[in-house]
Every structure is written in structure tokens, then in C-alpha cells.
Design a protein around this ligand. Structure first.
Ligand SMILES: Cc1cc2nc3c(=O)[nH]c(=O)nc-3n(C[C@H](O)[C@H](O)[C@H](O)COP(=O)(O)O)c2cc1C
Length: 207
């Protein structure tokens, strides 16, 4: 049975374009995978904690050395990692905030990128991603647009960062769909959304 994890990170509700598109993605995915199990996590409305000193101490210690505070801090991370690892497919909705990702999504990445759980380091100091054989679609929502061969391309710290962070833990089969130009009005905005809707349907047919 296909197991899909849907992550939203916009704090907005009905006005959120990334939310609308991840929902549409899941609805279409369910048509081709009627028995799929969908797990939903709303990072925008229910943010996960930022890492603390106890969290960091626990992440680099054996459970036998945990204090009660360390055990509690790492418990949330363990639940998030378990949920993340249980999925084979991911659809991730991420607004662009100040050329990068929202703080809520960064807090989530800090919770799930864990040595010994999602990546390993060998004796020579080489890193190895442990989350292999997965497929991911990232849907971004952005006020502007950052096309290649323009000066604005370098402002996009969102797609390169997400590819790097998920690639680091082993997820390399990633399609990124941008809903751009959302600050525009009328036809330009409508076309940008229609383009993303068509791209997400296409992505599902290639899964
Ligand atoms: C705090 C904040 C920062 C933003 N920074 C950028 C930005 O750097 N570049 C951009 O293109 N759009 C930026 N935007 C616009 C959002 O990316 C856009 O409104 C998008 O639709 C938000 O996603 P959502 O519709 O899913 O909520 C920003 C919006 C907010 C609220």
C-alpha cells in the first residue's frame, strides 16, 4: 500500500496557494492510488518546536545517557522521524519567505535531519543519506519569479536549499513545481496557478 506524507507549511488557510495545490495533488494521487494511506502534517498551523540544548545533547548521546529533559526533547523528534521514514511518497507545500523557506519548515527539517536516523557518518567522516528509494514533489508558492538566466535566479535560496537538505538525507528523486508570480493580478496569476496545476498532474503520472 502506498504511503504518502503531505506536509503544509503556510500559516494561511483558504488563501494559501501552496495548501490548495498540495490538496489538489493528494486528490489526484488518490485517483491513481485508491488504497493509498495519506498522513497529513500541518507545520504552518501547528509548528514543531525549535531545537533546544537538551535536544542537541540527546541527538548526540545514547538513550541510556538521557536526562528526563533530554528524553522529552528528543521524543518529539523521534515521532517526526518515524512518521517521515514510514512514507514512500512525499508532497511538500512551501511558501517562499524572504528568498528561503518559512521558519516553521526549517524547524521541521532540524527535527528530522538526525545523525543515526536519517543520515550516517562513516569512520572517514563521509556522510550517507539513510532515506533512500523515496519520491518527493515539492510545491512552492512565491510572490515573484526567479527564472534561470536572469539576475533574480540567484535570489532563490528555496529550491537549492530544499534539494540539498533532502538530498543530504538520501532523497534525490525530487520534482519541484513552482507557483510563481502570485503577487501579480488577473491573468498572469491565473496562468501561473494553472501551470502549477498541470505540472502536478504530470508529476503524478510519472510516479
Ligand atoms: C513574510 C513573507 C515573506 C515573503 N517573501 C517572499 C520572497 O522573498 N519572495 C517571493 O517571491 N515572495 C515572497 N512572499 C510572498 C509569498 O511567497 C506568497 O504570498 C505565497 O503565495 C505564500 O504562500 P501561500 O499562498 O501558500 O501562503 C513572502 C510572503 C510573506 C508573508
Amino acid at each position: 500500500m502506498a504511503n504518502l506524507l503531505q506536509l503544509d507549511s503556510s500559516p494561511r488557510g483558504d488563501r494559501s496557494v501552496s495548501r490548495m495545490l498540495t490538496k489538489e495533488f493528494v486528490n489526484t494521487f488518490q485517483l491513481t492510488h485508491p488504497n493509498a494511506s495519506i498522513v497529513y502534517r500541518d507545520l504552518g498551523r501547528f509548528p514543531v518546536p525549535v531545537v533546544s540544548e537538551d535536544w542537541i545533547a540527546a541527538a548526540f548521546s545514547a538513550p541510556t545517557d538521557y536526562t528526563p529533559a533530554m528524553a522529552e526533547a528528543i521524543r518529539v523528534s523521534n515521532e517526526l522521524v518515524d512518521e517521515f521514514l514510514a512514507a514512500e511518497y512525499y508532497v511538500v507545500g512551501v511558501p517562499m519567505y524572504n528568498f528561503g523557506i518559512p521558519a516553521t519548515f526549517k524547524a521541521y527539517l532540524d527535527q528530522i535531519i538526525r545523525v543515526g536516523r536519517t543520515f550516517a557518518v562513516d569512520e572517514s567522516g563521509n556522510y550517507q543519506g539513510l532515506v533512500t528509494g523515496k519520491k518527493m514533489v515539492i510545491i512552492t508558492a512565491r510572490g515573484g519569479t526567479y527564472p534561470k538566466d536572469t539576475p533574480y535566479h540567484a535570489y532563490d535560496m528555496q529550491e537549492p536549499y530544499l534539494r540539498l537538505a533532502f538530498g543530504f538525507i538520501g532523497i534525490t528523486d525530487i520534482q519541484v513545481i513552482h507557483a510563481d508570480n502570485l503577487m501579480a493580478k488577473g491573468e498572469v496569476r491565473d496562468q501561473a496557478i494553472a501551470h502549477a496545476q498541470s505540472a502536478l498532474k504530470d508529476a503524478i503520472t510519472h510516479w
